[in-house]
Design a protein around this ligand. Structure first.
Ligand code: ADP
Ligand code: DP6
Length: 331
């Protein structure tokens, strides 16, 4: 049987990836660290069959063309080369959260297609190898193949064989760790991360400063995770996200994902902290604010969020598991 289905969770970076050193192989300028998010997932079915005369990609029930289809075809081509087959495929994927709105749908989707497509092509790869295939679909997807806390090693090699997601700690290592994603708008963003980060590398005058300070952020967050030092992880993650958005603001043309609601949250969260409620924020390529907190404070934070009219929905996630295959297919 050439049909397989995989489920992969999204992830949120605590130290961000922004910028490539090789666009074709999707090799990053810097390493990044994330937490895989339980419950925010992509489910993807891939079937290789001679009955298809071209590759088809259906995302959330809608047939895709152009860039979306191209990305899927490029992953299928990598897998076909490795399996030595020419067969065309049908790919269908559903995200259980908003797509292209800054909630890492590309990460969940990239990891799910890497696993489903390799399995459907008869290949059985290690997590490392799967992460490399996922990386070539979307950089952040390299981190969603693994569960828990993951570092995407930037690697040194030209061919990218040492650039993959490596687990720092399993999901049960820090079961109290929580990310609360607040959805402020479900509209798709205008500037895709891929396009935005290329512009930053090209012309942002502060990009060198970002690269010069990233290893310190990585070291502190990695150590903070291992020691379950919430204050360090939260502080560095929040500062790292602010630095990322400072890069975006100072790219030409400016990349401004923040909405008025985003700024409201950016002011509120430090105020809550001053009042003794320890939580931090992080923001990716979109307006959504993700709150980093511990389980003991989730109820209080939810209560406060319920008073903010601009919030459309929230998702509370604990560290989630690695990508895996499931029996139920989408078609
Ligand atoms: P996000 O912030 O949601 O990751 P991006 O702009 O970085 O947004 O990526 C969105 C793109 O990721 C989509 O246009 C599509 O090409 C791809 N994508 C999203 N979900 C999936 C999926 N389930 N399977 C494959 N590709 C997906
Ligand atoms: C801001 O992984 O979506 O979320 O590699 O071009 O597919 P491509 O980009 P993508 O970018 C993610 C950027 C980010 C930060 C992060 O997740 O580390």
């Amino acid at each position: 049987m050439m049909k397989f289905t995989a489920i992969a969770n999204a992830n949120i970076a605590l130290v961000k990836y922004w910028g490539k050193r090789n666009k074709e192989l999707i090799l990053p300028q810097n390493s990044s660290i994330s937490v895989t998010l339980d419950g925010l997932n992509a489910v993807t079915t891939v079937e290789f069959d001679d009955k298809y005369d071209k590759d088809i990609f259906i995302l959330n029930g809608k047939e895709q063309t152009e860039n979306e289809l191209e990305r899927v075809i490029s992953t299928l081509n990598i897998v076909r080369d490795l399996a030595n087959i020419q067969t065309k495929a049908k790919v269908s994927s559903n995200n259980n959260f908003p797509t292209a709105a800054g909630l890492a749908s590309s990460a969940a989707g990239g990891a799910a297609i890497a696993l489903a497509a390799t399995k459907a092509a008869g290949l059985d790869f290690s997590k490392e190898k799967l992460s490399i295939i996922a990386r070539r679909n979307s950089g952040s997807a390299s981190r969603s193949v693994e569960g828990g806390f993951v570092e995407w090693l930037k690697g040194e090699k030209e061919d990218g064989s040492d650039s993959f997601g490596k687990q720092i700690a399993i999901e049960d290592h820090w079961p109290e760790f929580r990310i609360i994603a607040t959805i402020l708008t479900t509209k798709e963003k205008k500037i895709k991360s891929r396009v935005g980060m290329a512009k930053t590398v090209e012309n942002c005058p502060y990009y060198k400063c970002w690269l010069a300070s990233i290893d310190e952020d990585l070291d502190k967050v990695r150590k903070g995770i291992l020691e379950k030092d919430f204050t360090t992880v939260g502080q560095i993650a929040e500062q790292n996200a602010i630095k990322l958005h400072a890069l975006m603001f100072t790219t030409k043309p400016a990349i401004i994902y923040w909405l008025p609601e985003t700024l409201k949250m950016v002011h509120l969260i430090p105020e809550w902290r001053e009042q003794g409620l320890e939580c931090y924020f992080t923001i990716d390529g979109g307006p959504q604010v993700k709150i980093i907190c511990l389980e003991k404070d989730v109820e209080e934070i939810k209560k406060r969020l319920s008073d903010i009219n601009e919030i459309k929905e929230i998702h509370v996630s604990k560290p989630g598991s690695a990508a895996k295959t499931i029996e139920e297919h989408l078609f």
